[in-house]
Design a protein around this ligand. Sequence first.
Ligand code: ADP
Length: 173
Amino acid sequence: MKTAVYPGSFDPVTNGHLSILRRGLEIFDRVIVAVAVNPEKKGLFTIPERVDMINEVIADIPGASVDTFEGLLVDYVESVDSNVILRGLRAMSDFEYEFQLALMNRRLKRKVQSVFLMTDYKWFYVSSTIIKEASALGGDTNGLIPSSVARRLREKYDALAKEGKGTGAGGGL
Ligand code: ADP
């Protein structure tokens, strides 16, 4: 059984993430979607909300599971008896940062290998950030995120509006 860990913030999970997960499962027997817990980085969704959303959308994907981790990713990878980090690449702009992360992770634990899959052209421009911006402004994200995630985004922004809180979105979109 070969296990890979697919780490990220998944705030929230998108069809781009799911594509990498499904394709990762064509190479590995198990892929653990690992949501990074970073107390300094407050996202839109809480960690339990992100895990819930992932759980809903991976229910019908054999071999996929979700977990959270805190601290060094390479330690988490080892703790689940894996030596593979799975990451997705979109544009050249991803490459530089991913290269840096991969080299550092390799330095931290040599036996852990980083594996990259190129995104499908359909998800090239999809990021959690751009989805949040579009949703906050009432834009249609249909087809870019699972419908359960779209519903949660609407609920989240409605709740923020009721609290009288701004979404921080706007500018390019
Ligand atoms: P985001 O950049 O969307 O906030 P995360 O930190 O949740 O992403 O990303 C986790 C991993 O998924 C990273 O390797 C990232 O490059 C990859 N990823 C994110 N969106 C896509 C996409 N649309 N296509 C392919 N890979 C993606």
